[in-house]
Design a protein around this ligand. Structure first.
Ligand code: NAP
Ligand code: GDP
Length: 337
């Protein structure tokens, strides 16, 4: 039986990866940081809570990780822990750097000290492409980060390569494009929209505020992406791979399709910060632009080329944009009593 240790077990990907590895017969340890009210709702929703062994672990604390890896002897460590929200990284750049960048050094140091044979997965991000230097983005596309989050991820990405080349550690990075699910954090745009549209449909809310609706993202389904993480860890040599859908859509399209799914046809009126969306049937406003959600630096377009993952790992996404939107709205409709 193989043993895996997942940092960031309480997050979206942590829950899906735990479930996936349990189904593969792994012994799964899940690291969670101490809070006054621990939050395991994602593992609960996937029925994985009781099969994972939960371990208090903070990636800011090297000693904590050295003790955990020495005691639980993982074969594979998946480093999913991060301050992962781009917007917050502009307000908390130091904290974001401490967790999302330096935290990676601490995990890698713990591996180097305990057992350099432990395989390591780093959760890199398409945000590292930022102001994109070519489209679609490939593993060879130069990076141009546009936020403190993206800079922190770039640090973790390169550090993984440095530990691979300097210390012969099996360190691989998945450069994952945005991936969503009904378990996505509510502050991310997709889940914010699916939740609000479900509430509007059920008469619990009248409208919602939104930021830049012309930003384009390559959105995939998180459950499929964790399989890609595992595949990266099963190769003869460690490498870096993009996981994406090779499709890009605007936030505006996401909103339109979410409303369409609940049989509401919307029309956009006005321009710039005065643009709103109305329900065509009632004439009522259902979406308003709020500059509060604009970012100091924006990533306008992401579109990933996953051909290396397809060729070398046999990985390919099946869930496409419309289905993803529908799955998320459907789950939020069910959550509303
Ligand atoms: P998420 O839902 O925000 O989960 C982040 C996890 O990190 C949570 O479990 C969080 O714990 C934990 N964490 C934060 N600070 C920590 C610390 N100091 N010590 C230990 N744990 C800590 O993110 P996700 O969507 O699952 O993404 C997983 C990883 O992939 C992240 O590194 C993210 O940056 C990266 N990524 C995500 C995407 C995407 O589209 N989802 C794309 C590319 C890369 P709490 O519950 O206590 O906050
Ligand atoms: P990101 O790609 O990791 O930053 O994922 P997000 O879901 O946070 O944001 C995706 C895109 O949606 C970005 O270009 C945001 O500027 C845009 N966006 C527009 N309105 C909102 C909003 O209200 N919340 C969030 N989170 N993003 C928004």
């Amino acid at each position: 039986m193989k043993t895996a240790f997942i940092t960031g077990i309480t997050g979206q990907d942590g829950a899906y990866l735990a479930k996936y590895l349990l189904e593969k017969g792994y012994k799964v340890y899940g690291g969670f940081r101490r809070t006054s009210t621990p939050n395991f709702w994602r593992l609960e929703e996937l029925n994985a809570l009781h099969d994972v062994e939960l371990i208090e672990l903070d990636i800011l604390d090297t000693g904590n990780m050295v003790r955990a890896f020495s005691k639980y002897l993982p074969d594979e460590v998946y480093n999913l822990a991060a301050q992962s929200f781009v917007a917050v990284s502009f307000e908390k750049p130091v904290l974001t750097g401490d967790i999302t960048a330096i935290g990676v050094t601490k995990v890698l140091e713990a591996i180097r000290i305990c057992n350099p044979k432990i395989k390591f997965y780093q959760a890199s991000s398409s945000e590292m492409f930022g102001k994109v230097m070519e489209t679609p983005q490939k593993e060879t596309t130069p990076f141009y980060p546009k936020s403190p989050y993206a800079v922190a991820k770039l640090y973790g990405h390169w550090l993984t390569i440095v530990y691979r080349e300097s210390f012969d550690i099996y360190g691989c990075s998945g450069i994952l494009f945005n991936h969503e699910s009904p378990l996505r954090g509510i502050e991310f745009v997709t889940r914010k929209v699916s939740d609000a549209v479900a509430r509007i449909k059920k008469g619990k809310q009248k409208f919602f505020d939104i930021g830049n609706i012309d930003a384009k993202r390559d959105w995939g389904f998180a459950e499929e992406y964790v399989r890609g993480m595992w595949l990266m860890m099963q190769q003869d040599t460690a490498d870096d791979y993009i996981l994406a859908t090779n499709e890009t859509h605007t936030v505006r399209e996401f909103i339109e399709h979410a409303f369409r799914y609940v049989d509401m046809d919307i029309a956009w009126i006005g321009h710039g910060i005065n643009e709103t969306a109305i329900d065509k049937k009632t004439g009522k406003t259902v979406v308003k632009i709020n500059p509060k959600f604009f970012r100091p630096g924006e990533v306008d377009l992401l579109l990933g080329d996953y051909s290396k993952a397809k060729e070398k790992l046999g990985w390919e996404p099946m869930v496409r944009f419309n289905k993803l939107v529908e799955m998320m709205v459907e789950a939020d409709l069910k959550r509303i009593k």
